[in-house]
Design a protein around this ligand. Structure first.
Ligand SMILES: NC(=O)c1ccc[n+]([C@@H]2O[C@H](COP(=O)([O-])OP(=O)(O)OC[C@H]3O[C@@H](n4cnc5c(N)ncnc54)[C@H](OP(=O)(O)O)[C@@H]3O)[C@@H](O)[C@H]2O)c1
Length: 324
């Protein structure tokens, strides 16, 4: 089977397409023929060796996939060959076959296509845990989403609307903001063109957002936090801009505000029942059309490096997938 291999820490262009032996499932495991694998920003950081989790070299990158079960290991009864599933692994999704413990697999919801199924776990899972759980967003509150046209950002907009909030989307281009509007954003801020603090003030009549969803960090976090409403919550989701902000603590004191960490991966491991309930709610919302995941581009396995480079260069809107 063909697989993308990371043989040393470096750039996406250093990845190679290799032929490996077919995978064999052990007890409690399944091998899945991958139809589509979702690409996420942490994939870029992982091949660069900059992510908090460093796999042993060499490895196959990619966390999330959808496909059909090819074989199950001894003792597995929950899934059978031929069944369509969604999978999530630490590594191994950018390949024709992926190996996963069966307790990390979900049956693919009826009516969902493989590309969508491969693209929802990490982004919608993270944004639901962030917005509904860590951020406790209430109906009628206002949420500001930074990097709003990206994978987790677009999911956050849709989840915020589903929870009854008013959503302000902030992104770097008018084209990206048009996508945010199509996915439910009420107000738009172009932070390349507009002063972020002034634009937030104008969009909230000076009150500020109750919740800030921040997957970007860098120069955007401090002006956003300075604009937060009384008792606001600022969600620390990621640092796509590269720099981890260092914020003055007096800002939290002055607004009675909280800065709230979000670590979805450990949430799924430490609270598997809450994670399963969240995924059920998300797939129910998708089935009824409340959430509409966007897969904006598809790449063959051999073009995985191009997909990761596009993501690092801020060219991606919504989600992109690899189709082995
Ligand atoms: N905490 C968690 O559990 C968790 C889970 C999943 C992901 N994350 C993190 O969330 C972040 C976003 O992930 P994603 O998969 O949604 O990525 P994505 O689709 O690439 O979105 C990130 C957005 O960040 C903005 N951005 C600003 N400066 C950037 C720069 N220098 N390079 C790249 N993007 C930049 C871009 O929007 P504009 O061009 O509009 O600014 C881009 O759309 C990543 O840092 C990731 O590690 C965290």
């Amino acid at each position: 089977m063909k697989a993308i291999r990371c043989k040393d820490w470096g750039e996406p262009d250093d990845l190679v397409l290799d032929t490996l032996p077919d995978l064999v499932p052990g007890p409690g495991e399944a091998v899945v023929d991958v139809k589509a694998a979702g690409v996420n920003f942490p994939d870029v950081l992982t091949v660069q060796g900059k992510y908090q989790m460093r796999p042993d070299l060499p490895f196959t990158p990619g966390n999330e996939f959808a496909g059909t079960v090819r074989a199950v290991g001894p003792g597995v009864t929950a899934f059978a060959p031929g069944q369509a599933v969604i999978g999530f692994t630490r590594t191994g999704a950018f390949a024709e076959q992926a190996l996963a413990p069966v307790d990390s697999l979900l049956a693919m919801p009826p009516g969902m296509d493989f590309d969508t199924a491969a693209a929802i776990t990490l982004t919608y899972g993270t944004s639901y845990h962030a917005v509904a759980d860590r951020g406790a967003l209430q109906p009628g509150e206002t949420m500001l989403v930074l990097g709003a046209a990206g994978g987790v950002g677009l999911a956050a907009i849709e989840i915020g609307k589903a929870l009854g909030a008013r959503v302000i989307a902030a992104a770097s281009s008018d084209d990206k903001l048009a996508v945010c509007k199509a996915h439910g954003a009420d107000e738009l801020i172009n932070y390349e063109r507009q002063d972020l603090r002034e634009a937030i003030r104008a969009a909230t009549a000076g009150r500020g957002p109750d919740l800030i969803y921040d997957p970007v960090g860098g120069p955007y976090s401090e002006p956003a936090l300075r604009s937060i409403a009384w008792r606001g919550r600022h969600l620390v989701v990621g640092f796509a801009a590269g720099e981890i902000p260092r914020l003055p603590w007096n800002l939290m004191l002055l607004k009675g505000a909280s800065v709230v960490g979000v670590f979805w991966g450990d949430f799924t491991r430490k609270e598997p029942q809450a994670h399963a309930a969240a995924m059920q709610r998300l797939t129910d919302w998708m089935a009824e059309g409340t959430l509409r995941p966007l897969v904006s581009a598809r790449y063959p396995l051999a073009d995985t490096a191009r997909a990761l480079n596009d993501m690092a260069a801020r060219k991606v809107v919504g989600k992109i997938v690899i189709q082995p």
